[in-house]
Design a protein. Structure first.
Length: 119
């Protein structure tokens, strides 16, 4: 399994920006599709964005489309989530996850990083 560690969470005012990063331990990171998910208090975990191993395929949840950007750097074994125009409803613990192929089940998960957006 891939070991994943997220960073970059924090407290930001509505309208602000944050950039989350996820570092992977696996040397074959470039073979994995990656995704970002989030879970707000009292709610189920939800999909945010995903990116294929080559970064050619990207998908966003409707709730973040146009505000969030997912990217990856296979040379550095990292995947990032740039979050702009943040809203209080974006408050959640954000997780990155790895899948063997784009659209497949996610087999490895990070521990999560807290994002809090104040109004």
């Amino acid at each position: 399994q891939v070991q994943l560690v997220e960073s970059g969470g924090g407290l930001v005012q509505a309208g602000g920006s944050l950039r989350l990063s996820c570092a992977a331990s696996e040397r074959s990171f470039s073979n994995y599709a990656m995704g970002w998910f989030r879970q707000a208090p009292g709610k189920e975990r939800e999909f945010v964005a995903r990116i294929s191993s080559s970064a050619r395929l990207i998908l966003y949840a409707d709730s973040v489309k146009g505000r969030f950007t997912i990217s990856r750097d296979n040379a550095k074994n990292t995947v990032s989530l740039q979050m702009n125009s943040l809203k209080p409803e974006d408050t959640a613990v954000y997780y990155c996850a790895a899948a063997r192929y784009y659209g497949g089940n996610y087999s490895s998960w990070g521990q999560g990083t807290q994002v809090t957006v104040s109004s």
